[in-house]
Design a protein around this ligand. Structure first.
Ligand code: IMP
Length: 428
């Protein structure tokens, strides 16, 4: 049975939530391997809208087991809120969710530090989600982070939580001149968070391997997108984890060779939240049109997303880095009726045209997109059969395939499940 990794191939917000939700009924296990509550996976089901930040999108499909791997950073407050929210919709979580004991925690002081660090960056602000992601991964790398298993250990909890709190308050006071938060309240919250997490904590990696041994179907749910990858993305305007396929396997202890299919998710255009290079960014008027039509506002922060033309050069690079076997092209309907359509096919930099992604910050700042004009269409939104698609929309998809060398496996033309076409048959 297959292992499918669903990977964002742009700057996040590609529509991974819908895709995972759609594929979940055929999977046994759905796992998150990286990122944290900075993610916002939007799912519309039976007239209800869910935005999941930490729980794998498979949680909405009854009886599917969901894993949160060691590569995730978990905010226990956000986790508890999400658990309550999901339960309030009558979703049974018994024996369905395991958070790995090795998963690092995000505390309120991480979020305070995130905001202080952003402010200190001044004009170089990253535009983070303020969810404490960077500081939590920094603590993890510095080998002083607190993990789920530490929080649940009655003998160690006070000590490790107290130590990290003291480090954070020293930084907040001495570096950023902030009033320290209340330590007693924090330690009391640690007790509360431990109780909230206890029913779900376990060995998610082992659970995954048992599933693999039993030939079960596994979906790896990526968060954020390739160009936000800390190593390969537009550094420093990136997140602090690996949204690429490497992060998807590493963060749950999956051997890379087990992956059967990498589904790269791209929007039919591009968006990005926060600062940083975005070569195919549109003019303000067209961006406004797309933003309105595509509801392009951050699902975690509500910020308006920057909008751009489809960057085929970036998609091609993403396909190479992630070993993408098929594209899921989402929000094709948002381009319905747009008068002029174009896509980036390379970058002009210092007199030459490149199709690979720049490797320096300077180059990213300098690149000018090279565009190909494409013909627009009137209506994809109502189509449910690939044969009914306007010819020019098929040409658009054909251009994606031809330029990137990757076939289109899934087309999404609306939020509902039925607004999906799989032109090459089922993925799982
Ligand atoms: P952080 O992950 O909160 O540290 O934010 C770092 C950068 O990644 C910022 O530009 C964020 O807007 C962006 N980012 C983080 N998570 C997401 C996401 O789920 N979708 C889109 N952008 C994201």
């Amino acid at each position: 049975m297959p292992v499918v990794a669903v990977i964002g191939a742009q700057w996040g917000d590609e529509g991974k939530g819908k895709v995972v939700d759609l594929l979940s009924p055929k999977a046994d296990i759905i796992a998150r391997s990286q990122g944290g509550a900075n993610a916002g996976h939007t799912i519309e089901r039976d007239g209800q809208r869910f935005i999941l930040h930490l729980l794998p999108s498979g949680i909405l499909t009854p009886e599917k087991r969901c894993l949160i791997g060691p590569g995730v950073v978990l905010d226990p407050d956000a986790f508890n809120t999400e658990i309550e929210e999901v339960k309030s919709h009558g979703i049974n979580l018994d024996h369905r969710l395991i958070v790995d004991n090795r998963t690092h925690l995000v505390f309120p002081t991480h979020k305070l530090l995130d905001n202080c660090q952003e402010e200190a960056r001044g004009g170089n602000m990253i535009g983070t989600t303020s969810r404490g992601i960077g500081p939590a991964y920094a603590d993890k790398s510095a080998r002083r982070g607190v993990r789920v298993g530490d929080l649940l250990d009655d003998r160690r909890r006070q000590k490790v939580c107290s130590e990290i709190f003291d480090i954070h308050t020293r930084m907040l006071e001495k570096v950023y001149g902030q009033e320290p938060p209340d330590k007693d309240a924090f330690l009391q919250n640690c007790e509360k968070w431990a109780e909230g997490l206890r029913p779900y904590a376990g060995n998610a990696v082992e659970e995954l391997h048992i599933a693999l041994d039993n030939n079960q179907t596994v979906l790896l749910e990526g968060a954020q997108g390739t160009y936000l990858d800390i190593d390969l993305g537009t550094y420093p305007f990136v997140t602090s984890s690996h949204p690429t396929v490497g992060g998807a396997v590493l963060g749950i202890g999956m051997p890379p060779g087990k992956i059967d299919f990498v589904l790269g998710v791209i929007k039919a255009y591009c968006t990005r939240v926060g600062s940083g290079p975005f070569p195919t960014e549109m003019d303000a008027e067209t961006a406004e049109e797309i933003r309105k039509c595509g509801a392009e506002f951050g699902s975690t922060t509500g910020r308006p997303r920057r909008c751009g033309w489809l960057d085929l050069a970036a998609a091609k690079q993403s396909a190479r880095w992630n070993g993408i076997n098929g594209w899921a092209v989402t929000k094709l309907d948002v381009l319905d009726g747009l008068e002029h359509l174009k896509a980036g096919i390379g970058y002009q930099v210092r007199g030459s045209v490149i199709t690979s992604s720049p490797s320096t910050r300077q180059e990213w700042d300098e690149v000018e997109p090279v565009y190909a004009g494409l013909k627009s269409w009137k209506n994809c939104a109502s189509k449910r059969d690939i044969n009914a698609f306007p010819k020019t929309a098929l040409d658009y998809l054909g251009t994606i395939e031809k330029f990137t060398g990757v076939p289109v496996s899934l087309i999404s033309v609306g939020a509902d499940h039925e607004a999906t076409i799989m032109p090459r048959g089922d993925i799982i």
